[in-house]
Design a protein around this ligand. Structure first.
Ligand code: ADP
Ligand code: MG
Length: 360
């Protein structure tokens, strides 16, 4: 019998009539409600560590302290892993191996190193070479902690080893090759932003839906605070004289990255001149057009590298490029004047203690 009335003794279960779904639904809702009560309310958890030669602070929103701690620790481990790959000084980092084999043969490196080098090439291209990781051979001549500047002839001799186009990246092998012996790459201007990106991905994989990763001035935010508001970021005053004027401005950041490059992070003053760690790849000397550059972009890796590159380009060219790239930005020039892209003019709140002029 294919169709017809079912045998009442058949073992086939007849679905319950619809009226019985109401209590079941009630039970489910009750379980969900009790579950959310047991999770506890959302709180902000924060931890800092010294990594990548600076202070790294990771902040997350979570219902559970244990889960927050676990996620933060995984993100720190990810940053530690990247630190080992990109370290200019450690002997077996990807960067050291690439540098040691310059002019000899290609070196197999991790995917992270390939990612960073490809992004670096992109930024070099867009900034007309103002951002150039092959500035490494020039940077190695400076000693910022001991206040030593290079002799002009040493700079002259190394300028021919600076050329981002002489970095060959092969995804298939995968290998990286520096064309000339003597070339050195230094990824200091891009890796902190990349590390912030990777740390955020790690937090998200661990189920965190809102947080903030700050690798010094390279910050990436995602989600909202427990009060439903975006994360508020402070931008450092490049000429702060005390604790009260340390922050010059604040702005809200949601699912974006902000990076600040400044002439106040690593520097020394010699014969009245400030020698700082952002140099022009064309001249080999620290650039004197800006005090600080902050860039807001979707990814930390781009915000970081463009902040360094725009610093070299200076305020006028810099603001034009930031706008052309579809980013937002704020530049404090050498006279202390503030330049901002039009889209964030209304969104930045300047502190009363900040005496920069031409705001807006
Ligand atoms: P910070 O390290 O203070 O966050 P940056 O992101 O601007 O600031 O990085 C500065 C570092 O970038 C320097 O210490 C050096 O390693 C590297 N660097 C300096 N000048 C250049 C340049 N023109 N292009 C690429 N990297 C640079
Ligand atoms: Mg940078």
């Amino acid at each position: 019998m294919k169709y017809g009335i079912q045998n009442p003794k058949s073992k086939i279960r007849i679905p319950s009539p619809p009226k019985k779904t109401a209590p079941a639904l009630f039970c489910l809702l009750l379980i969900a409600f009790l579950g959310s009560c047991m999770q506890g309310e959302e709180k902000i958890y924060k931890k800092s560590k010294i990594m990548m030669d600076t202070v790294v602070t990771i902040t997350v929103v979570s219902h559970s302290e244990n889960r927050a701690e676990h996620a933060i620790n995984s993100a720190f481990s990810e940053i530690r892993r990247l630190e080992e790959l990109f370290d200019f000084y450690s002997l077996d980092s990807d960067v050291s191996r690439i540098n040691k084999h310059a002019g000899l043969y290609p070196v197999t490196v991790s995917h992270d190193t390939l990612n960073v080098l490809e992004r670096a090439y992109f930024v070099s291209d867009k900034t007309g070479g103002a951002f150039d990781v092959t500035s490494g051979s020039l940077l190695a001549l400076y000693d910022f902690s001991r206040g030593i500047k290079p002799q002009p002839y040493s700079i002259e001799k190394r300028l021919p080893f600076v050329n981002y186009k002489a970095v060959h990246i092969d995804r298939k092998d995968p290998g990286v090759f520096l064309e000339k012996a003597g070339m050195l790459i230094d990824l200091g201007g891009i890796v902190k932003g990349y590390a912030a990106d990777r740390a955020v991905e790690t937090l998200k994989k661990d189920g965190i839906r809102s947080g903030l990763v700050a690798v010094a001035g390279d910050i990436r935010a995602f989600g909202l605070k427990p009060n439903g508001k975006p994360w508020k970021i402070g931008i450092k005053n490049p000429r702060a004289e005390g604790k009260d004027d340390d922050i010059m401005a604040t702005l809200d950041l949601r699912d974006l990255a902000i990076s600040t490059s400044g002439d106040y992070e690593r520097f020394f003053i010699l014969e009245g001149e400030r020698y700082h760690h952002i140099i022009s790849p064309a001249t080999g000397y620290p650039v004197r057009t800006c005090r600080s550059v902050s860039i807001i972009a979707g990814e930390g890796v781009l915000a970081d590298a463009f902040a360094t590159g725009v610093f070299v380009l200076g305020p006028e060219k810099g603001i034009n490029l930031i706008e052309k790239m579809g980013f937002s930005g704020l530049i404090i020039d050498q006279e202390g004047a503030v330049h901002v892209t039009s889209d964030i003019r209304e969104k930045i709140e300047f502190e009363k203690t900040f005496t920069g002029h031409n705001k807006g």
